[in-house]
Write a protein that binds this ligand. Sequence first.
Ligand SMILES: [Zn+2]
Length: 142
Amino acid sequence: MPLVIAVAVLLAATLFYILFVRPQDLPVPDPVSPTLHLDERKAAIYENLRDLQFEYRVGKLSDADYAQTKLALQKELAVVLAETERISKGLPVADRKRQILEPEVVSLKVEADPSPVICPHCNARFTTPMRFCGSCGKEMAA
Ligand SMILES: [Zn+2]
C-alpha cells in the first residue's frame, strides 16, 4: 500500500514542520525600542520633579511632603536609569513588562499617604497632585 505510506509520511512531515521547524523559523518579535517605555517613564518622572519643585516653591507643599515625594521620585528614577543601562548593554532584562518597578513604588506611596491622589490608569497613589503619573507615566486627570 504505497499510497497509505506516502500519506502517512506527508502527515508526519507536516506535523514535524508545524511542531518543530516553524517556531524556530519565526524571528522573535522585538519592540521598536527596548528602552522606549523606560524613556517615557523617565520623562514622566522628570516632569513630576519639575511640578513638585514648582509647587514647593509657591508654598503648596510642606517640607516633609516635598522631601518625601522627591525621594520617592528619585528612587524610581534610579531604578529606571539602571534598567535602561542594563538594556543598552544588551544584558538580559528580568522583566520586559516592568512589573518589577511597580509594586515597590506603589506600596511606598500607600503607606505614607493620609489623603492620596490616585492615578486613574494604574491606581498608584501620590501625596501631591501631579500632571503625569510617576508609576505608569500616563497623564493624570486634571
Ligand atoms: Zn499611573
